[in-house]
Design a protein. Structure first.
Length: 369
C-alpha cells in the first residue's frame, strides 16, 4: 500500500504582509510543511508566517536569490518541494490530480504554468518554470536572479526527469503598484549588472536586464541589451523566441517600422508559423498602409490559428482574439478596395480606425510587452 507523498512549501519573503496569507492559503490543503525564509522584513510578515504555522528562518540578504532558495531547501523535510513567491497564488486544483503527479515514478520535477498578471491595459503573459520537484540534496537553484532548479535536475538525470503539470500560478508581482512598492527594478537591475560585471557575455543575463529596462519604459536601453543578447545566442536556448519577440516589441513601441519589418522577415524565416511574429508584421504593414501585405499575414495567421482552435476550443481568450482578427481582415480588404479605387474619403478613414481598434484588442491576447 502506497503512503501519501509529503510536500514542503518553500518561500523566501521580505515585507510581504499584504499578500503572504493568500499565497499560503492557496496551497494549504496540498502541503504538509511550510518553510519561510525571511530576508529582512520590517513589517508584520514574520508574525503572519508564524501564525500560519510556518517554520520561520532568518537569512541576511546577499543579493543572490539562489542562495536564499537553497537555504530554504535545506530546511525542508518532505518528499517533494513546492516553491511559491509571496505574490503568487495557486489556482484551485483537485487534490487527487495533485497527488497523482507526485506518484509518477518517472518524473523528478514539474513545470508549472506561471500566469503573470500585468494589469488592465497590458493583459497577461505566461511562462513555464519548474516549481514542484523531489526533495533531493543534488537539486539546487542556480543564478543570482531569475533562478532555476531545472538545470540541476536535468544534469542529474541525463537530460530527462522533467514534465509539465496542469497547475497554474497566478503571479501579481508585475502590477505597477507592487513593482513600485518593492522597488523591484532597482533591486533586480543592480543584481544583473553585478552579475554581468563577472560574466559580460552571458545572454540570459542580458535578456533579463533588457526586460527590466522595458518595464521601466526605457525602451532604447532595453532594446540595446536584448540585441546584444541575441548576438551571443546559438538559437537552441529555451528563451530564444522570447528574445526575438521582445526585440520586435521594442521596435514596435519605438515606432521603428522599417527595422521591425526587416527583423520580422528574418524571424519568420526561422519560425514561419509563429503567430506573434505574423501578427506583429501584419500590424506593422497596416500602419505603413501596405494593406495587401497586411492581409496576407493575417490570412496566414487565421489559417494557422483556425487549424489549432479546431483541435481544442478550451482557450476562450484565443477564440475572442480570433473573432477580432476576422473583423480586422474584413476591414483590411475594405481599405484595399478603397485604395485601389483611389477613394481616400471617409470610408477609408473610418475603416482604418476600426482596424486599429480591433487590432489593439486582439494584441492583448497574442502578445504582451
Amino acid at each position: 500500500m502506497n503512503t501519501k507523498a509529503t510536500v514542503s512549501l518553500c518561500m523566501i519573503v521580505r515585507d510581504e504582509e499584504d499578500c503572504l496569507l493568500a499565497a499560503i492559503q492557496s496551497v494549504r490543503d496540498l502541503t504538509d510543511e511550510l518553510i519561510v525564509i525571511d530576508t529582512g522584513s520590517t513589517d508584520n510578515t514574520p508574525q503572519l508566517a508564524l501564525a500560519a504555522g510556518a517554520k520561520l528562518f532568518h537569512l541576511n540578504w546577499t543579493q543572490d536569490f539562489s542562495v536564499a532558495r537553497n537555504f530554504a531547501l535545506k530546511q525542508a523535510s518532505s518528499d517533494w518541494v513546492l516553491v511559491l513567491d509571496a505574490d503568487e497564488v495557486l489556482e484551485t486544483v483537485n487534490p487527487e490530480t495533485f497527488y497523482e503527479l507526485l506518484n509518477n515514478v518517472l518524473v523528478e520535477g514539474y513545470f508549472l504554468d506561471i500566469r503573470n498578471i500585468l494589469g488592465p491595459t497590458l493583459g497577461e503573459s505566461r511562462d513555464q518554470v519548474v516549481r514542484l520537484f523531489r526533495n533531493k540534496p543534488i537539486y539546487q537553484f542556480e543564478s543570482a536572479i531569475h533562478e532555476q532548479v531545472a538545470p540541476s535536475i536535468l544534469k542529474a538525470n541525463n537530460g530527462s526527469g522533467l514534465a509539465s503539470a496542469p497547475l497554474t500560478l497566478n503571479h501579481y508581482g508585475y502590477l505597477n503598484d507592487r513593482l513600485q512598492s518593492k522597488e523591484k527594478f532597482s533591486r533586480n537591475s543592480n543584481i544583473l549588472i553585478k552579475e554581468l560585471d563577472r560574466n559580460p557575455n552571458n545572454p540570459f543575463l542580458l535578456f533579463c536586464l533588457g526586460v527590466e529596462y522595458y518595464q521601466q519604459n526605457s525602451l532604447s536601453e532595453g532594446l540595446k541589451h536584448l540585441t546584444k543578447a541575441l548576438t551571443r545566442m546559438s538559437g537552441n536556448e529555451g528563451y530564444f523566441e522570447d528574445v526575438l519577440l521582445n526585440i520586435a516589441l521594442g521596435y514596435l513601441r519605438l515606432e521603428e517600422t522599417t527595422k521591425l519589418i526587416d527583423f520580422l522577415k528574418k524571424a519568420l524565416s526561422m519560425y514561419p508559423d509563429q503567430l506573434d511574429f505574423l501578427f506583429l508584421r501584419g500590424t506593422t504593414y497596416l500602419y505603413q498602409t501596405n494593406y495587401h501585405e497586411a492581409a496576407e499575414d493575417f490570412n496566414h495567421l487565421l489559417e494557422i490559428f483556425g487549424s489549432r482552435t479546431s483541435e481544442s476550443n478550451s482557450n476562450n481568450a484565443k477564440n475572442i482574439a480570433h473573432s477580432y482578427l476576422t473583423l480586422a481582415l474584413k476591414e483590411i480588404h475594405l481599405c484595399s478596395l478603397a485604395i485601389e479605387k483611389q477613394d481616400m474619403g471617409p470610408m477609408h478613414f473610418n475603416a482604418k480606425n476600426k482596424i486599429n481598434s480591433a487590432l489593439k484588442e486582439a494584441l492583448l491576447f497574442f502578445v504582451t510587452p
